[in-house]
Design a protein around this ligand. Structure first.
Ligand code: PGA
Length: 226
């Protein structure tokens, strides 16, 4: 199982480092599940520092880094862009097409497909966020992770129902045979078990509840028991 911690536009470099130190100290609460992988997604500016810190500590579980976005351009005169090449030494994953990017930064399926293609070239796994099944249609031979995140469930405190999630997974697998689906939207310590128990899901995508390492470790601890 994969559990993504998406910090969004929170935390500077030293706050990310403190989070990692604290989270590292909490791992004794996790039961030994070798399949568990945490993907920490801080802002671009913390990736190098987080990479160094993670590698300087001993871990009982696998912990990787992901970026929250990437440029649709490979490189060139695109002021302000961060390209795959700039971060590929640090990350194994990149979040693509989060609904906040589609909504506030006008991301389209075209630019999202372009990003997925650039990531494939560098062998970095995209975590493609979709809020409905019709966003899965144009994906072709997509091989990354699919994060199902209904917009109403993000940051609302009201996660989606298991029936609706299972329905999405079923339809996603009809379109992409090997779809590996994560669920995101108000995942919290008090509701995580019903998602981590659901064998249709490959993992979880956590926003707000990842910001405090104690709360996030609590989520991981519950999930590690499944
Ligand atoms: P949330 O965010 O956990 O705060 O609901 C999830 C997300 O953005 O995917």
């Amino acid at each position: 199982m994969i559990i993504v911690a998406n910090f969004k536009a929170h935390k500077n470099n030293s706050e990310v480092i403190s989070w990692i130190e604290k989270f590292n100290q909490l791992q004794n609460n996790f039961s030994g599940n070798s399949q568990l992988e945490i993907v920490l997604c801080p802002s671009y500016v913390s990736l190098a520092g987080a990479f160094q810190k993670i590698n300087s500590l001993t871990w009982k579980i696998k912990i990787s880094l992901g970026a929250q976005n990437i440029s649709a351009f490979e490189e060139g005169p695109y002021t302000g862009e961060v390209t795959v090449k700039m971060i590929k030494d640090y990350v194994n994953y990149v979040i693509v097409g989060h609904s906040e990017r589609r909504r506030y930064f006008s991301e389209t399926n075209d630019s999202i497909s372009q990003k997925v293609m650039l990531l494939k070239k560098e062998k970095i796994t995209p975590i493609l966020c979709v809020s409905q099944i019709n966003e899965v249609n144009p994906l072709g031979d997509f091989e990354g992770l699919l994060a199902f995140e209904p917009v109403f469930a993000i940051g609302s405190g009201t996660p989606d129902s298991i029936a609706h999630i299972n329905d999405f997974v079923k339809k996603a697998k009809e379109l992409l045979k090997n779809a590996r689906v994560l669920y995101g939207g108000s995942v919290a310590p008090e509701n995580v078990s019903k998602f981590s128990n659901n064998k249709n899901l490959y993992g979880l995508f956590v926003g707000s509840a990842s910001l405090d390492p104690v709360v996030f470790a609590n989520i991981v601890s519950h999930a590690s028991k499944n």
